[in-house]
Design a protein around this ligand. Structure first.
Ligand SMILES: Nc1ncnc2c1ncn2[C@@H]1O[C@H](COP(=O)(O)OP(=O)(O)OP(=O)(O)O)[C@@H](O)[C@H]1O
Length: 298
């Protein structure tokens, strides 16, 4: 399938500092992709290049087959900046109508757009009276204008409460189901793990990992933790039988490599008359993220 966004060998340097080095990626129609990376990893620079706000030193970018920044690309792309600000004296509906006119669209559709982001009830109030989460929804509303094929969202859920976050991702799911490609940056790892199709990890301007969470988990091959709770009085026996096990709150913990998981499980099973409970704790997304982000020595 043709990608909505294609980036090949992108490089951008600011005053001798490489913000992006040889970055390549694709986002397909209907795909929700999360861009992760520590502060200064290059996420905003990448987004600005996709939007045509800054030009790369080298490499190619294609947005729906067009060059970023050209009218053909801008007509298909929506952007939600990290801290979207609006005129406090305008009402929600006035602000969205204004954006619709800028896109040469009939502003009579503004109320419907606000309704999609749950703001219809406050549409006639001045934005200056909105909460942070409501202003973020205005930002999302402006990003929905004109049926964009690519949404570039910079930390879109920062400032949203849990219910608003869930509503936001449901809206994204509907847009993706309709064929829109979504690239969003976030520091909320657990949230993007559950709500996106693929993760990209930038570190020091380099794309250090790319894939679904199970793929990244396999690639990282981090140790697995096993928690064993001993039946009353049997803890010393289990410690003796499982070299490397340590006491932790409420039980014993043993770590093993991915390759030795089954062998370790068999050793624990052999002790079952002394074991009250057992849990496998796979590496978290935070562990996997740290593993890849530190690859370059940071
Ligand atoms: N206009 C600029 N002039 C000089 N350096 C810049 C400029 N824009 C970005 N940089 C540098 O490029 C690197 C990448 O910055 P960028 O803003 O893309 O990171 P980021 O991943 O978006 O970080 P954050 O999560 O903090 O927003 C940083 O070292 C930053 O200081």
């Amino acid at each position: 399938m043709t990608s909505t966004l294609t980036i090949s060998h992108l490089t951008k340097t600011f005053d001798g500092v490489a913000a992006l080095s040889d970055v390549s990626l694709r986002v397909a129609p209907g795909e929700r992709v999360a861009l992760l990376g520590h502060n200064g990893a290059g996420k905003s620079t990448l987004m600005k290049i996709i939007l045509g706000l800054i030009t790369p030193d080298s490499g190619d970018v294609s947005v729906c087959g067009a060059v970023p920044g050209r009218a053909a690309a801008r007509a298909q792309v929506a952007y939600l900046p990290e801290n979207a600000t609006f005129h406090p004296a305008l009402t929600g509906v006035e602000q969205v109508s204004h954006f619709m006119r800028l896109r040469n669209l009939n502003p009579s559709g503004a109320m419907a757009v606000l309704d999609r982001v749950g703001l219809a009830i406050a549409a006639k109030r001045r934005i200056g009276t909105y909460s942070k989460g409501m202003r973020q929804r205005v930002g999302l509303a402006q990003a929905l204008i004109g049926h964009p094929r690519l949404l570039v969202l910079d930390e879109p859920t920062s400032g949203l409460d849990p219910v608003s976050r869930r509503d936001f991702y449901e809206l994204l799911d509907a847009l993706a189901a309709d064929g829109a490609a979504i690239l969003l940056s976030s520091h909320a790892l657990t949230e993007v793990e559950a709500r996106t199709d693929r993760l990209l990890i930038l570190s020091g301007g380099q794309m250090v990992a790319e894939g679904t969470l199970p793929q990244l988990r396999r690639e990282a091959a981090l140790p697995v933790a096993m928690h064993v709770t001993a039946l009353n009085g049997y803890e010393p026996d289990i410690l003796a039988a499982l070299p490397g096990a340590i006491r932790v709150d409420g039980g014993l913990q043993l770590t093993c490599t991915q390759d030795s998981k089954l062998e370790t499980l068999a050793r624990i099973s052999a002790l079952q008359s002394k074991v009250a409970d057992f849990d496998v704790v796979p590496p978290s997304l935070e562990d996997i993220y740290s593993h890849f982000s530190r690859r370059d020595g940071q």
